[in-house]
Design a protein around this ligand. Structure first.
Ligand SMILES: [Zn+2]
Length: 288
């Protein structure tokens, strides 16, 4: 009991110290470096600062492949990770401690069973991983601010963390603290939107000429008309994670395509990035 209390007060001290480091010299430039944080009001900005400090105090950062994780990198990852829980409780990020940072994409062994029951083992390069009850693993090349894309690997992996709470990664985060959200409705809207996206993706892929490599830059123009990155079609858990990236970074296309899915995310995250960004004068980016 006493040790638990001592541990708790040590954590609180670490939190207070982390909060102090996010001072007037450090905090405003940190916000400015992450364009998607524009439009937060004073109360939201202070909540973000406290949640960022909580992450810095409660998570340990480790560099892999010789990477040195600087205080600035830690703050950048923490402030991005804090955004999804801005209107929620930090307890949603409890139950694990490590954030591992690679300099760039890293290789992960995968196993997949095809429809014929044949198991395929292969190695895949990825920019992020989130292990249930374990670490979040990030590629700094993809996580650092200023990469002008609608994707965000930090928000993606931390959305998986929210999804993994209360019954595994299935595209439905724990809704215990959301009495206004009906799990059946979540499932229904998620499944319908996920199916619609898969049909849309099939249609787009059928339009790409056979001599164009779907992985090439040339094919990007076809995929650009989709409201989400094609990776969202993988399964409902990835659909929720990729939707969360778009929700916070570039919500325009998703909100227009699926207003009811967007509205559910507004109610879950208790924030409306579309309204916030437009209120700050941010215009919908033009993609090729
Ligand atoms: Zn994912």
């Amino acid at each position: 009991m006493l040790r638990w209390l001592m541990g708790r007060s040590a954590r609180e001290r670490e939190f207070e110290q982390a909060l102090e480091t996010l001072d007037a010299r450090v905090w405003p430039p940190l916000l400015a470096r992450h364009g998607f944080l524009r439009g937060l009001d004073a109360q939201e900005t202070e909540a973000l600062r406290r949640h960022t400090a909580w992450i810095l105090a409660n998570k340990s950062f480790h560099g892999a492949h010789g990477m040195r994780v600087t205080p600035e990198m830690r703050r950048s990852i923490a402030v991005q990770a804090a955004l999804p829980i801005l209107g929620l409780d930090t307890s949603l990020y409890r139950g694990w401690t490590q954030i591992v940072v690679y300099p760039g994409g890293f290789l992960v062994p995968r196993t997949e069973t095809d429809e014929a029951g044949v198991v395929h083992e292969y190695v895949q390069e990825t920019s992020g991983e989130s292990w249930e009850g374990g670490p979040v693993i990030l590629s700094w090349e993809d996580a650092r601010p200023g990469t002008d894309t609608p994707s965000n690997v930090v928000i993606h992996e931390f959305a998986h963390k929210l999804d993994q709470r209360d019954g595994g990664a299935d595209g439905m985060p724990g809704l215990r603290a959301h009495r206004d959200l009906d799990p059946h409705r979540w499932r229904e809207v998620l499944d319908r939107t996920f199916d619609d996206f898969n049909d849309w993706l099939d249609e787009v892929e059928s339009l790409i000429p056979p001599d164009v490599d779907p992985e090439s830059d040339e094919a990007a123009g076809w995929y650009a008309e989709l409201p989400l990155d094609p990776y969202a079609a993988h399964d409902p858990a990835e659909f929720f994670a990729v939707s969360s990236e778009s929700f916070f970074i570039e919500p325009w296309a998703m909100a227009a395509a699926w207003p009811d899915w967007y509205e559910l995310l507004v109610r879950y995250y208790r924030q409306d990035p579309l309204r916030r960004l437009e209120g700050a004068g941010v215009e919908r980016p033009v993609r090729p």
